[in-house]
Design a protein around this ligand. Sequence first.
Ligand code: UD1
Ligand code: MG
Length: 467
Amino acid sequence: MNRIGHKAARSTGVLILAAGQGTRMESSIPKILHPVGGRPIIYYVLRVANALKPAAIGVVVGHEAEEVKKAILQIAKDCGISRPLQFIEQKKQLGSGNAVLESVPFLKKFSSAMVLCGDTPLLTYESLASLHRGHEEHKAQATLLTARMGNPKGYGRIVRTATGDVLKIVEESVATPKEAAINEINSGAYCFEVAALLSGLSQIGAKGPKGEHFLTDILELVRTKGGRIIAHLSSNPEEALGINTRVQLAAAERIINRRMLERLMLSGVTVVDPSSTHVDADVEVGQDSIIEPFTILRGKTKVGSKCRVGPFCFIEDAQVGNECEVRTSQLRGCRVLEKCVIGPYSNIRPESVIGPRAKVGNFSEVKASRVGFGSKVPHLSYIGDTDIREDVNVGAGSITCNYDGKLKHKTTIEAKAFIGSGTMMVAPLRVGKGAVTGAGAVVTRDVPDGVTVVGVPAKPIVRGGGK
Ligand code: UD1
Ligand code: MG
């Protein structure tokens, strides 16, 4: 594959425009930081830019610049953005043309530049690589990625001559009805010969109701100076989707989800009903796992192979080992090790580790606790700040009373202990190895190994004590 920063002599920089406020989102959050597929919109643009291996990536920031920079640096760290990253400040958001004008010192370092909008997360590596290839092969001064949209509303329209050459891009706010009827639109992804770009940039005037400088006006300027402009029509119009409103955000979410589900299915995961299944962009699922309907896998969730997950599961930032069954349950920030059975209706909360071969069942909640090898919490329990060792059985309705109103306390239940139904374990507490609590016991003191306690408050049964 032709990497775009390959030859130093004809090096390419990528410039991402991300300074806009995103007024149409009606939000206090900068537009490009809104999550889609579990990641900020800008993440996808940075990821595809990085994959192209340009000489450097410049990001134009302006609205809430500090917050945006911080988020981008975090993304770069999390996702291994390997190309040199540089921020360019656009002091006033005077339009995309002005954003590029402010970037001249960055652009000057390269012979060609790819310009992308920060709000187009669906652009694919293949399209951008071929956009760049076409640009270089034709020795064009400007090459743009276009698409035919069923509903072109809101996008810049591509006006062509009778012979099919690109004449100009007309923004909707200044388009004539005839121009507005054109369904070929500008995706906002372009390659420029830097010299041609720089020679026209400063001539872009203010236009439209807000007096903005439209980057798209550069094409007409390049053309009138004798430059060659090429339009590269995308075969897949959905990738040109730009997010200006929350309606478009939801449309992008649907597409990212579909792409993700297709990737999982093609890698050997059964998704019983893709239309009711939601999987974020970074989720991993192993081969021969089955995802049942109405299941949501979010964030950095990893599910092993040969698992059955769903129906009706919500799993976020959690790891599920191989051969687990998780039904109608919520798992967040926890680890479920192999061959466990979870649910129905369990809530496994952050910092919990379950298994291997453990069971947490009907209406049981586990918080910041370990449930050891082969142990069972099958019915109606609350287990908090607890270490349950191996082969423990926790009877129905048992609770670790971890909170005294001021502080949280820990409970340890040693191996092979048997907790009778409805036991209240008042922490801090240690229930010894092989110890037993009777049904309904309220255990307020440590239970030594092998001892059985009953009653309220629970006391040891004295065996052979006589009458
Ligand atoms: C833009 C294009 C339009 C194209 C569409 C594709 C222009 C004038 N129009 O319209 O032809 O069809 O994208 O999605 O470019 N930005 C800045 N500084 C500014 C203004 C904007 O950095 O002063 C950034 C924004 O953060 C955004 C990008 O430029 O990432 C595009 O701006 P936006 O307002 O979304 O333009 P559109 O109306 O979508
Ligand atoms: Mg936009």
